[in-house]
Design a protein around this ligand. Structure first.
Ligand code: NFS
Ligand code: SF4
Length: 658
């Protein structure tokens, strides 16, 4: 073999400790290598990211191209049609937002379809579990609830929320929940969303070759579309899921791969929409299936979640969570997973090969997501258990015929998760007068410096969990309360930071608040669509008073330090458009120093929105976020109190007494 070929054939192998700080995932990558099984971690090392694509400096929106510009000299060249770097990057960014927003809104629409069929009595396997939530959501958009039946309210709510998707004009229903001053900014800037379908269609249209070629005008529609996700599709997904499956409240949960059990039939649900998982919970409790598992020699059936599917039921039912996005291939290497059922989003095609190597059944269930080489057992809301029962049967048969050598990492961690907006309200204000006043008061008096949302994915191009954990440690040490969703919270749960005992890692002010209330300094809220809970919490902070008139005034910041998906870009954009300073890590698909970059990273704030930020190292990210929080505190006149808190305990008591 000639030397060149040999170099190509030889794969670079990076020490597992450089790929992830998750011990269980390390153990499984190492086992995989011994077994000759490759994961995304190894593929990432062996495939350099395309530098032109990473900068978003290329365009393939027509067939006079693809055109490649030079990120080092962004204004030195234009595309064949004359498109500038700003047009090209803005169009690319727009399409990421369209795709990410479409994923969330389609998920939300599936929940709404289910809700309609439940309300109309066509589906009997699900019911309205949380009537109180139904009423409060209805009231929040002006639906009369007094003296009306649950069904009447539910029908009205369905009809109103359908407009989140289908409205061709006007404003989406949940615009009514936006703080008035924030909504005023949106109206002034022309970004209040109509229905999501219209906004996504508009964005796809204007980013076609030869349409919108003004990056500021493209950005306007980018924001409008993103807001149709945050305050539309995602919010509907969260609220309807709460209504049907229950609103989360804190529950102690187990996380990590050690939740698998060697002597039981192990089933993993991975993906996003909670209906599949809810039905699977029923199936694994089915006496005949438990008997079948026992007859096959198992002690029982063990169910665990991964990614956002896992996060949905982690916060609602305390079902164990086996790991985040970057651990989904790794967990199959245990040999202990008898079936992994998936629905939509974040499902790596690489799972097929790993599953085949260990004889695991990889089962797709959603008509939108079939994967070559995976088994498909379609899930129907009208007869949900048919599919989930069948998946259990497949898992039992694999257990019975297990040939793969089983090695389960022993790591199990516990955390307390499930801090919905409703629970935060109750936790702080008590059951009779639920309120955000204590939170605002503690921000005003400086015990809590500000609030940060640390959310999003894990990514094969960055050491898994490391940035999440180091960033959050730094934030809480500086008295910043952290809210989490999605895969991010699993990183912190594995690090033991989502327990009330973790308060000792917080700064003195935050520690005191956590100890008084008995809460962790890091609050897990749910899945990625549950970022809408953070929007609601922020709106409630504005409404409660003392921290400014709009979301943009609040001493808050957001971050997705290890993001990988287009959904994350869409989430980032709707936080920015809602008024939040939002920092992303890993990489950012816009060339620094260009006009489009300046628009999103600087000018946007002066228009009344938030703005984007970028840094890779967790301490750099923390510095940016804390500096922003302090800037907002200063603008609110709260910097003085804060200084005294830091200087001296006695001063602080004096503030309390005052
Ligand atoms: Ni969010 Fe959920 Fe995880 Fe990222 Fe994927 S599971 S919707 S996109 S990887 S946090
Ligand atoms: Fe090139 Fe313009 Fe076509 Fe894009 S739209 S591929 S920049 S010619």
């Amino acid at each position: 073999m000639d030397i060149k070929k040999k170099i190509v054939a030889e794969k670079i192998e990076v020490p597992v400790g450089d790929l992830t700080t998750c011990d269980a995932t390390q153990q499984m990558i190492a086992k995989g290598r011994r077994d000759g099984v490759e994961t995304a971690f190894d593929r990432a090392v062996n495939m350099k990211a395309c530098p032109i694509g990473a900068d978003s400096a290329c365009c393939k929106h027509c067939f006079m191209g693809p055109c490649r510009l030079n990120a080092k000299d962004p204004y030195g060249k234009v595309g064949v049609c004359g498109a500038t770097i700003d047009t090209i990057m803005a169009r690319n960014f727009a399409r990421m937002v369209a795709a990410g927003g479409a994923a969330h809104t389609d998920h939300g629409m599936s929940m709404l379809d289910l809700f309609r069929e439940v309300v109309n009595g066509n589906i009997k396997d699900y019911v309205i579990k949380d009537v109180q939530k139904l009423e409060s959501v209805a009231q929040s958009i002006g639906i009369e609830t007094e003296g009306r039946s649950t069904k009447e309210i539910a029908i009205d709510l369905y009809e109103a929320l359908e407009r989140t998707y289908t409205a061709v004009d006007g404003e989406i229903p949940f615009a009514k929940r936006v703080p008035p001053k924030t909504l005023e900014t949106w109206r002034k800037q022309g970004v209040v969303p109509r229905g999501a379908m219209r906004e996504i269609m508009d964005l796809m249209h204007r980013t076609h070759m030869g349409v919108d070629q003004d990056y500021t005008n493209i950005t306007r529609q980018i924001s409008r579309t993103a807001l149709a996700d945050g305050w539309g599709g995602s919010m509907v997904a969260t609220e309807i899921s709460d209504i049907l499956f229950g609103t989360p409240s804190p529950v102690s949960v187990e996380v990590n791969m050690g939740v698998l059990k060697e002597d039981q039939v192990n089933i993993i649900i991975h993906g996003h929409e909670p209906n599949l998982f809810e039905s699977m919970i029923e199936s694994v409790h089915e006496p005949t299936l438990i008997a079948a598992a026992k007859a096959a020699g198992a002690k029982g059936i063990n169910l665990a979640g991964m990614c956002c599917s896992g996060a949905e039921v982690l916060v609602r039912h305390g079902i164990p969570h086996a790991g985040s996005f970057m651990s989904t291939e790794a967990i199959l290497i245990t040999g202990a997973v008898d079936a992994m059922a998936v629905d939509v989003q974040c499902i790596k095609q690489g799972l097929v090969k790993v599953a085949q190597c260990y004889g695991t059944h990889l089962i797709t269930t959603n008509p939108r997501c079939k994967i070559e080489g995976a088994m498909h057992i379609e899930f129907h809301d009208h007869d949900p258990k048919k599919s989930t029962d069948e998946i259990v049967i497949k898992a039992i048969s694999r257990f019975k015929n297990r040939t793969a050598k089983v090695e389960i990492p022993r790591n199990v961690n516990t955390g307390v998760h499930g801090f919905s907006h409703e629970y935060i309200n109750y936790m702080l204000g008590g059951s009779f007068r639920g309120s955000y006043t204590p939170l605002n008061d503690n921000i005003i008096n400086g015990r809590i410096r500000g609030v940060a949302g640390v959310v999003g994915c894990t990514n094969a191009r960055i050491k898994q969990d490391w940035v999440h954990v180091e960033l959050v440690k730094e934030l809480i040490k500086n008295d910043v309360l952290v809210l989490q969703t999605g895969c991010a919270q699993i990183a912190l749960a594995k690090a033991g930071l989502t327990t009330p005992e973790a308060a000792h890692l917080a700064g003195p002010g935050l520690k005191e608040v956590c100890e008084t209330v008995g809460m962790p300094p890091v609050l897990g809220l749910g899945s990625c669509v549950d970022n809408s809970r953070i929007l609601i919490a922020a709106s409630e902070m504005v409404r409660t008073g003392g921290l400014g008139d709009s979301i943009a005034d609040l001493p808050v910041a957001g971050c997705a330090p290890e993001y990988m998906s287009e959904k994350a870009i869409c989430i980032g954009q709707y936080f920015v458009a809602s008024g939040v300073y939002t920092v992303f890590g890993v990489t950012f698909p816009i060339v620094e120093g260009t006009k489009f970059h300046k628009h999103l990273f600087e000018e946007y704030e002066s228009m009344g929105f938030g703005k984007w930020g970028f840094a890779v190292h967790p301490h750099d990210i923390a510095r940016l976020m804390i500096a922003h929080i302090d800037k907002k505190r200063a603008a609110l006149g709260l910097d003085k109190g804060r200084e005294r808190v830091l200087m001296d305990m006695q001063d602080r008591r004096a503030i309390d007494a005052a």
